[in-house]
Design a protein around this ligand. Structure first.
Ligand code: EZ4
Ligand code: CO
Length: 403
């Protein structure tokens, strides 16, 4: 029997920090799993190194479900982003290994393709409305059929989702958290005007998305959703902090604007009522933060029963290993909705050589066995860990708000 011989925790910062788990079997097969938790990277690295690696060595790499149960139920302490990201890394690496052993891409192990490609949405942003419109045009010209639009709210410096320069959007910066002002009133007045400007210029032949990023109370979110109805958004994302599942019922009672939630939720229990009571339309949990391919598939299967579709998070802090795993899952499941696709800095792809390709607004996995991503240790060694924090939001009176 093949056994797990080695599990290495790899930390690198090619453009931003990434934590990766690489498992090697006694037959010399390797598998990769993303373990990146933005702004809390070393907590997951330690959870893996100090607590999980000793449990992995000697185990049968083929027993993916049993290993998942062992690490989840067997820990007593359940759920939460650190635990679930660490379990996800192990699970993803074992799927990668299973694919390589079988000589099949992971989507074939999940039942084969259910669609031709994976519809993705790109991120458009700009410091003001004209800059945003230019960015929407750029993405449309690159072939995107779905675009998320965010711009700075006048008087609210550091609004979520706005690029500070060229390249990939990255909110984590600074050796201490950046503190950014927030005004719900200014945002609620301004956001509908710029989303309307996008519709006016580009029409309705484009999926338009918007991320509220947890900033509103349920009744404020209800008001925004209602006001945005004529713009027919693909979705309104994270309208209110996601851990309060019951809050979504109130939003739902007031608006038909579709709702997406779940990028920072980590288990099926965290989305259970959102799904079974049909409080949202899209569930945004990910391979990396929600327990790996095994658990994500379980969440999406539950969602399928309730006509809730997938819409996984895909920001730059999810490594190309996560993105490849996501594309395999997205290709296979019956209730796929859309996949977020922010892309990565050029150096990131020098460390993680990924065979995922983009064409006509869709991502496609490679047919290489496993996930189709290789990790280059030599390039990775050139980019040491670089501590960074996500920002903190404060209302104009100085009190802490949800970022
Ligand atoms: O703030 O990934 O939809 N995308 C997002 C992201 C998140 C970051 C947090 O690490 O909301 O930009
Ligand atoms: Co988001």
């Amino acid at each position: 029997m093949s056994t797990i011989e080695r599990a290495e925790v790899l930390v690198t910062s090619p453009g931003r920090n990434y934590v990766t788990l690489r498992i090697t079997t006694s037959d010399g097969v390797t598998g990769l799993g993303d373990a990146t938790l933005n702004g809390r990277e070393l907590a997951v690295a330690s959870y893996l190194q100090d607590h999980l690696v000793p449990l992995l060595v000697g185990r049968d790499p083929a027993r993916i479900e049993d290993t998942w149960q062992y690490l989840y139920r067997g820990a007593y302490w359940r759920r939460g982003p650190v635990t679930m990201t660490a379990i996800a890394a192990v699970d993803t690496a074992l799927w990668d290994i299973k694919g390589k052993v079988a000589g099949l891409p992971v989507y074939q192990l999940l039942g084969g393709r259910s669609r031709e490609g994976v519809l993705v949405y790109g991120h458009a942003s700009g410091a003001d409305v004209p800059a945003l419109l230019d960015d929407v045009a750029r993405l449309r010209d690159e072939g995107y059929h779905a675009i998320r639009a965010q711009t700075a709210v006048p008087g609210v410096a550091g609004t979520y989702g706005v690029y500070s320069g060229s390249g990939v959007y990255e909110p984590a910066k600074g050796s201490l958290p950046d503190e950014q002002p927030w005004s719900t009133e200014k945002y609620l007045d301004f956001a509908p005007t710029y989303l309307a400007a996008v519709r006016e210029k580009f029409g309705f032949d484009l999926h338009l998305l918007h991320d509220v990023h947890h900033r509103l109370t349920p009744i404020e979110a209800a008001r925004l959703g209602k006001e945005l109805e004529p713009l027919r958004l693909f979705w309104m994302e994270d309208p209110t902090p996601a851990e309060d599942q019951e809050a979504f019922r109130l939003i739902r009672q007031h608006t038909t604007t579709p709702i997406a939630v779940g990028e920072n939720l980590t288990s099926i229990w965290d989305v259970q009522h959102l799904i079974t009571e049909r409080l949202v339309d899209y569930v945004r949990t990910t391979v990396v933060h929600a327990g790996g391919i095994t658990h994500l598939r379980r969440i999406f299967d539950l969602a399928a029963l309730y006509q809730v579709r997938s819409g996984s998070h895909g920001a730059g802090d999810l490594s190309p290993v996560s993105m490849a795993a996501a594309v395999h899952v997205d290709l296979a499941i019956p209730n796929f909705g859309i996949q977020e696709h922010m892309g990565h800095a050029g150096q990131t792809y020098d460390v993680f050589r990924s065979e995922v390709t983009f064409s006509d607004g869709m991502l496609h996995p490679s047919d290489a066995p496993g996930l189709g991503v290789e990790y280059d240790d030599e390039v990775a060694a050139r980019f040491p860990y670089d501590p960074k924090y996500l920002p903190v939001a404060r209302r104009l009176d100085g009190s802490v708000h949800d970022w």
